[in-house]
Write a protein that binds this ligand. Sequence first.
Ligand SMILES: [Zn+2]
Length: 301
Amino acid sequence: MSAPSRSSAESPEAFEPLRFDPAPLALTIDFEEWFCICGDEHYSDPRNWDRFEETMERSADELLERLAAAGVRATFFVLGWIARRYPSLVRRAAAEGHEIAFHGMTHRRCDEMTPDELRRDLREGKALLEDLAGAAVAGFRAPEWSVRSPEDAVFPALAECGYRYDASLTSIPILGRPGNPPRAFVAPTPAGRIAEFPPLTGRGWGQTVNFGGGWAFRRLPWRRDQGRFRKSRLSPPPPMQRRARAVRPHRPHRQPLLPAKPARRASPQTARRRLRPRAPSQTQTRRQARCRARARMQKHM
Ligand SMILES: [Zn+2]
């Protein structure tokens, strides 16, 4: 890749786009517990985490089995706290061919840390995960979309600490900044270059929606997602690599007090539904049988 034509970080055009033809489809998973969240006095405090029911072991086991059965490899953004508690799960994910990346030590927002704290967190997590995975850790995803723009101080910190890419930015309002590049790009920093992989976004309900992860990915019909992925991969200009953030082996963020509903929504069954081709429904089977019968009749007429 050539150097960016402009070094200014004031507009999306200032960043060198990363081009793929066609774009690969990337599945990524935040490897964390349902109570590892930000912005909540009770749940956000890691000193309280020992008190909550843990679901990681059984749900991760099921998730890994389903990924293996579907022949799909993913990127796991692992929380340092989880890696310390379940080192064998990280070793297993790495051994089964999944990429291990970092998601913060205790799910603290990057913008709530001092520069020194952030660098300590990044270095500690990288060393911990590399030791468990036996491979270099290149990627980072900030907890709760806490990297807001390509000018964020997290980018040079990532380069200084030996990371090569980030997957935290989005261009949708509230979670990110509408001016952020909607597709993969390279951000130059004084310490080196960092590639950024935003999730797939698109227009829906009169606004820009995150179709590659979060609420829309969890809730919208898979057929609709497929259409969007296909369109994004094939439409010019050569599109970005996407990430799918929705398949989590635990209850989704912000829903820890609703055990029944979130458990149904975010369980590995969701992963299975999305990763495996669906068997034809009874209606489809009956329709196919009718078509075959009609063809047979016409043949004999
Ligand atoms: Zn998270």
